[in-house]
Design a protein around this ligand. Structure first.
Ligand code: DC
Length: 291
């Protein structure tokens, strides 16, 4: 069986999409960064809608043609990317693609097989043959590797570290980037990660670089873990985050950096709502220009 990610809509419909990490947009009720979000699949935001976008342009009842944009959101851990990306996708009726979940799923597979994060050959093979299913459900999207539910397993601090470590391998990046491009090529997508605006979609219609002060980012991660019932230490969380930032920003292949044409947004003292509103404004302006 080839590589891929199966994205299921509830239990009724199955859509096979070449390896992409897809989560449904959420309902916008959550206001906190980094916490679990209620998610509901609406027509127009499901995986199948990606398949059905026959063209990147869609006719409005008025006859005006509106381009379905490709939106890139990059930034370090804890900046609030996932939360705002989901919310933005929800408001626009776009598909949200969480590329970090792909690196995490691969990291878990690597750990289970006892593969060294330095073994680029085997890691590349694994990245090219990995099979993941994303199942939108009540409250959140569940992630499956074959029949195993790995939703929680890919969110541990060890997997965060390992995902950051294997993501420095060129072969791994090439395999996953190819899948991400396939998923986003028809537009109407919000992709979130580290290299979306610089490497995956350098020609993305709109690019954001979301950042926050490191203490605030660590606090968000800390709160998130406490909420999950994990025993954590704030200082350790901060050190862990700084270490991962350093890895992600200083690797040779596709390091995290702001694309020259990305809009920088500092979320330190801003609510999710404020950030998303700003993003929607920018996207609407762009859409007007294209229509
Ligand atoms: O966004 P996240 O924390 O779930 O990502 C986990 C790791 O995956 C991150 O530390 C670096 C890697 N990653 C990457 O290299 N490129 C991406 N586009 C997304 C994630």
């Amino acid at each position: 069986m080839g590589s891929g990610v199966k994205v299921e809509k509830g239990s009724e419909r199955k859509v096979l999409i070449p390896a992409v990490a897809l989560s449904p947009a959420h309902d916008g009720r959550e206001k906190k960064y980094g916490s679990k979000l209620s998610s509901t699949l609406r027509p127009g935001t499901s995986a199948s809608s990606v398949e059905s976008h026959k063209a990147k342009r869609k006719a409005r009842p008025s006859g005006r043609v509106v381009k379905k944009l490709t939106i890139a959101i990059d930034g370090p851990s804890g900046a609030g990317k996932s939360t705002v990306a989901r919310s933005l996708a929800e408001r626009l009726g776009y598909v949200y693609i969480d590329t970090g979940a792909m690196y995490r799923s691969l990291a878990l597979a690597t750990q289970k097989r006892g593969i060294s994060p330095e073994d680029e050959g085997i890691l590349t093979q694994l990245a090219s043959s990995i099979h993941i299913r994303f199942v939108p459900g009540r409250g959140q999207t569940r992630v499956y590797s074959d029949r195993e539910d790995i939703t929680e397993a890919i969110r541990t601090p060890e997997i965060s570290r390992l995902a950051s470590s294997i993501s420095k391998q060129r072969g791994v990046r090439e395999a996953l980037v190819q899948m991400q491009r396939e998923m986003g090529k028809k537009g109407g997508v919000v992709l979130e990660g580290r290299d979306i605006g610089t490497v995956v979609f350098p020609d993305a219609d709109v690019k954001f670089y979301l950042d926050a002060e490191s203490d605030e980012r660590a606090r968000r991660r800390y709160d998130e873990m406490v909420e999950k019932g994990l025993k954590v230490d704030f200082k350790e969380t901060l050190e862990e985050l700084s270490h991962r930032d350093h890895n992600d920003m200083h690797r040779v292949h596709s390091p995290l950096r702001k694309a020259d044409d990305a809009l920088f947004i500092d979320s330190t003292h801003r609510s999710v709502e404020e950030v998303v509103k700003e993003m929607v404004r920018v996207v609407k302006k762009k859409t007007m220009r294209h229509s």
